[in-house]
Design a protein around this ligand. Structure first.
Ligand SMILES: [Fe+2]
Ligand SMILES: [Fe+2]
Length: 253
């Protein structure tokens, strides 16, 4: 357990994402670190985190989403229909609520203005990011998966190798996560100040929910979809005799 990566643990047991989120352990961007390294970084006691994990396993409050079994097309649909749609709906609402709150109480709570600036800037960037995924990268990945499924030739790509858009998307995920961490810091880990109005409470909890959702979103792309995209490209580069990891997949890995 000590030397297992955060990525391996969350891929095997989806419910751990909620525990790691609560502890502030990054399972989307820094997912290659071991549990021990992650605990040291956050100043958490390894043994008590281990106890939390064992408790969670014994209560069997696992996720019912078996996303490791989905095909690439469905995984993409899920990301777009669940996570992209949620962000597109929520970002304008939260941005407007923040602006209203600043107009009413901006001087009383000085962290609100920098939070709003950071949020609006990064939300704009991320909307562009999702558009690139939906318009270019995801359609290509779907056509690649379908070509493999029906033993067709590799489809024409709008880039030399899928590696370059994947790297670019990963870089943008990292940049967004850094900004969101700054927001989390400015909001003192989403603690609602004593005497805050219901609108203030809603903004803080709304931002917390959005950041949590974004971690799951990035985890699905970085740790589940992109490795499969790389494997698909490798399959076509090596010819149809090369085994594709999906075919050797075991439920007990
Ligand atoms: Fe996305
Ligand atoms: Fe993304």
């Amino acid at each position: 357990m000590r030397t297992r990566s955060i990525k391996e643990m969350v891929l095997e047991q989806g419910a751990l994402a909620h525990l790691f989120e609560r502890l502030g352990i990054d399972y989307s961007i820094e997912a290659d670190q071991t549990l021990e390294e992650a605990c040291a970084k956050k100043g958490l006691d390894f043994d008590s985190v281990l106890l939390d994990i064992r408790t969670l396993e014994s209560t069997r409050s696992y996720s019912f989403l078996h996303c490791d079994l989905w095909d690439v097309e469905f995984l993409i649909e899920y990301i777009v229909e669940n996570h992209h749609r949620y962000l597109k709906e929520t970002i304008p609402i939260l941005a407007a609520q923040l602006r209203k709150l600043i107009a009413a109480q901006g001087d009383e709570y000085p962290y609100l203005r920098p939070v709003s600036m950071l949020f609006e800037g990064s939300a704009h960037e991320f909307e562009q990011h999702m558009r690139k995924e939906e318009m270019i990268l995801f359609p290509y990945l779907k056509s690649l998966a379908s070509a493999k499924e029906f033993s067709r030739r590799r489809p024409m790509a709008p880039f030399h190798s899928v590696e370059s858009p994947l790297k670019k998307m990963e870089e943008e995920h990292r940049e967004t996560a850094q900004v969101l961490n700054r927001i989390r810091g400015l909001l003192s880990d989403f603690k609602v100040p004593h005497g805050a109005t219901p609108m203030h409470h809603a903004v803080i909890k709304g931002l917390q929910a959005l950041i949590k959702d974004l971690h799951q979103h990035i985890h699905l792309e970085n740790n589940m979809l992109f490795p499969r995209a790389r494997a698909l490209e490798k399959y076509f580069a090596n010819g149809p005799t090369e085994p594709y990891p999906e075919e050797t997949h075991s439920l007990h890995q």
